[in-house]
Write a protein that binds this ligand. Sequence first.
Ligand SMILES: C[S@@+](CC[C@H](N)C(=O)[O-])C[C@H]1O[C@@H](n2cnc3c(N)ncnc32)[C@H](O)[C@@H]1O
Length: 333
Amino acid sequence: MIKYLGSKRRLIPDILTRVEALEGVNSVCDLFSGTSRVGQALKRTGRYVHANDHLAFARVLAETFVATDSHTVDYAALTDAIARLNRLPGQPGYFAQKFSEEAQFFQAENAARMDTIRQAIEKEPEELRPILLTSLMLAADRVDSTTGVQMAYLKQWAPRSFEPMVLQTPELLPGPGVATQVDALELAPNIDADLVYLDPPYNQHRYVGNYHVWETLVLNDEPETYGKANKRIDVRTRPSVFNQKRTAREALAELIGSLRCRYLLLSFNDEGYVSLPEIEAMLGAWGEFQATAIPYRRYVGASIGIHNREGEKVGQVSHLHNHEWLFVAKRSR
Ligand SMILES: C[S@@+](CC[C@H](N)C(=O)[O-])C[C@H]1O[C@@H](n2cnc3c(N)ncnc32)[C@H](O)[C@@H]1O
């Protein structure tokens, strides 16, 4: 899976234990799906999953890992397509210029192959495209030269960046599911699921800025860029209300208040804009709830250190652990 800030990989066993303890949870909506890891884990338990995120690359990951039923995939066509894409020679284009020459996210050879492969995917059958795009994203992520976010690239090439980029067949899961790309506040009142899992951003860092290369790779729209990292110009104009201190608390209260599901599961980070008592008040108004604090290693950047845009270490991280709270709520209305 791609490196992702706030990924709940290590929290999945705790999430599953809590869901298994509830009665009658056959369908789940992962409303801020990101990598869709949580949705995938729930799909593996046989539940019907709806994964949603407002970013295009996250929708593609969800289309692959949540909405695709592996039983319906033409594996012969998929493996043929992946082998064909892997054989394509690199032809430098937008990606090579923006993300290798000007900003050193990828080595020239790999970036040129990203250009060729991205264009070639457009000519593949429609039902294979999300899977092939996912395969390309995962392959590019394995040879990038970052600390795990795309706000900056490393000053010295990461050792992994010297490896040739190789697309692999993603591991697909059996069973139906659905993937959408809708603003969470807009979708919330219309969600048809027994349980909704909420994992909103908790601070000012916009995911579209942190992962702008994936958004551009998926949208294939060759946008105008700004800054040293060549971020998409629309990073400035695609805010999330959850990334602004002024609006985050009210947005979360509105979101929770509009959910009509039977159960709600919420991940909450104690370093965020919304305080613990504020969350408790929102959930108390919605139903009965239980909370657990789980000690958690902070985001990958915290252990790597604080770097400037040139990739130089510029500061000390104050602490490496915090608490991730898991709330389970049952609606009383
Ligand atoms: C903490 S991450 C989720 C991580 C995910 N649970 C995982 O394990 O990969 C928060 C996600 O919320 C998405 N997001 C932010 N604002 C949103 C909005 N208004 N509507 C829908 N998704 C949003 C971001 O794109 C990001 O992927």
